[in-house]
Design a protein. Structure first.
Length: 147
């Protein structure tokens, strides 16, 4: 796992990929967001989206899943805040790729063993459209080596 000192600002890099199946979308929706257009193809076709699609909760969960599998994981101690948008739907069997860009970092004044990092995370579908954008700030462990 990477520490605060390993973070390079301003470079977009791929974190990982995931392809949600129709079954995954429906199973997640049954448990966490049982709206008809997440559960049934016909209801999806008649919705504003025009197709069965993953819920925004599921899309965010996919971002957590991709992060957990990534070799680029950071020694994160806490999430400090985030802003999210879901500009396009996640459709079944569409490969998603997640990218991250570190925007800013600074040593924490109150916790000098940690740094505060701000990043922009984007999940894109196979057409290159963003399905999730997330700007977040989090606390990351420092290695003790001065960068």
């Amino acid at each position: 796992m990477n520490c605060y000192e390993d973070i390079v600002l301003g470079v977009e890099f791929e974190i990982g990929r995931h392809t949600p199946s129709k079954e995954e979308i429906i199973t997640f929706a049954r448990q966490w967001d049982p709206q008809p257009f997440h559960l049934d193809e016909e209801a999806g076709r008649q919705s504003a989206i025009g197709a069965l699609c993953a819920s925004s909760c599921h899309t965010y969960a996919i971002s957590s899943l991709i992060h957990s599998r990534s070799p680029h994981r950071l020694k994160t101690a806490a999430m400090l805040g985030m802003q999210m948008a879901f500009p396009a739907p996640v459709l079944p069997d569409e490969e998603l790729a997640m990218y991250e860009t570190y925007l800013d970092k600074r040593t924490s004044i109150s916790r000098p063993g940690f740094g505060i990092v701000t990043s922009l995370t984007c999940i894109r579908n196979s057409s290159g459209d963003d399905v999730l954008t997330m700007k977040s700030s989090f606390l990351v462990e420092r290695s003790g080596d001065d960068p």
